[in-house]
Design a binder for this molecule. Sequence first.
Ligand SMILES: Cc1ncc(C[n+]2csc(CCOP(=O)(O)OP(=O)(O)O)c2C)c(N)n1
Ligand SMILES: [Mg+2]
Length: 364
Amino acid sequence: MASGKQKSGGVDVAAQDAASSAEIVRTLKSFDPPAPAEFSKDEELRAYRDMLLIRRFEEKAGQLYGMGFIGGFCHLYIGQEAVVVGMQMAMKEGDEVVTGYRDHGHMLATGMESRGVMAELTGRRSGYSKGKGGSMHMFSKEKHFYGGHGIVGAQVSIGTGLAFSNRYKGNDSVAITYFGDGAANQGQVYESFNMASLWKLPVIYVIENNRYAMGTSVNRASAETNFAHRGISFKIPGIQVDGMDVRAVKAAGDLAMKHCREGEGPMILEMMTYRYRGHSMSDPAKYRTRDEVQKMRSDHDPIEQVRQRLVEGHGMTEDELKGYDKEVRDIVADAAEFAQNDPEPDVSELWTDIYADAIPQAAE
Ligand SMILES: Cc1ncc(C[n+]2csc(CCOP(=O)(O)OP(=O)(O)O)c2C)c(N)n1
Ligand SMILES: [Mg+2]
């Protein structure tokens, strides 16, 4: 159409375009993915133990589900453990976590008790929501864990709100907001991105790209499959991270925490990860091959990577590692035992925890 410099109502469109493009390039280039963190033996051991706890807990939850002790929805996190554990290692007291429905790993990583999480799964009164919430609805104010949300993407605006609250109060806490590759296509994600960037809110958007949303692969559902670039229009920098390597996650977490705490606004971390189990407990698994799953397990397992480094790099013996395995198995066995024997909630609990203030007529 027009050639040369375009003018529109006196506005220099070409100059605006150039400025905006330069800004986009700056946003993209401002962060190179950092090298994986150097871990001491203690840090490797912490990562090993914390990831193993999540793995064994989830395996047990899967068994209890099969035995009929757990009802309703249950989404296992097996395979993705390095993401929450690496991020947790980069956090400090007061930082908040919010996530979707694949949430047991996030809870355990924040330090919530295995007994309380398992008892909630079995619908018992000592569960985190008194047995009335189940897998997707647990919270812990003490551990700064804000759920557990079944509506895909809902946690993104909640996490942005947490960050707004931190900014308003003038503290230096960061809201770590986890969501999936599928959730990344939700509209409210982009409304949140806009506000977070505009107001420079301290929020880290951790996109757990496990390549599938239920049975739909990212390539079938997403026009742009590089989720680290999803913030470009909002001037939010993003990087892709090897989410199967807990050291890479920790290094990226450190970088993003610093960015947020220095008042630079939000950041996106796209974690390249993989779930080994089905989307939920009922999954026909027709959308991927067994070989694909097997290859991820044998070549990239996050726990095995740490195990190898502990043996080869830190001279730990198999017997020493078995001691950690046993400790974790004992915690999980205790939680399972507790969750099967704890009583169900009393019928009167049907009327509690519905409104902030109890309604007298309801109690009658
Ligand atoms: C608003 C909304 N739409 C659809 C669903 C049904 N649903 C549940 S999980 C899911 C897939 C989400 O995938 P992803 O965000 O990649 O997370 P992942 O399960 O891989 O952890 C869908 C579509 C829902 N719960 N909420
Ligand atoms: Mg997914």
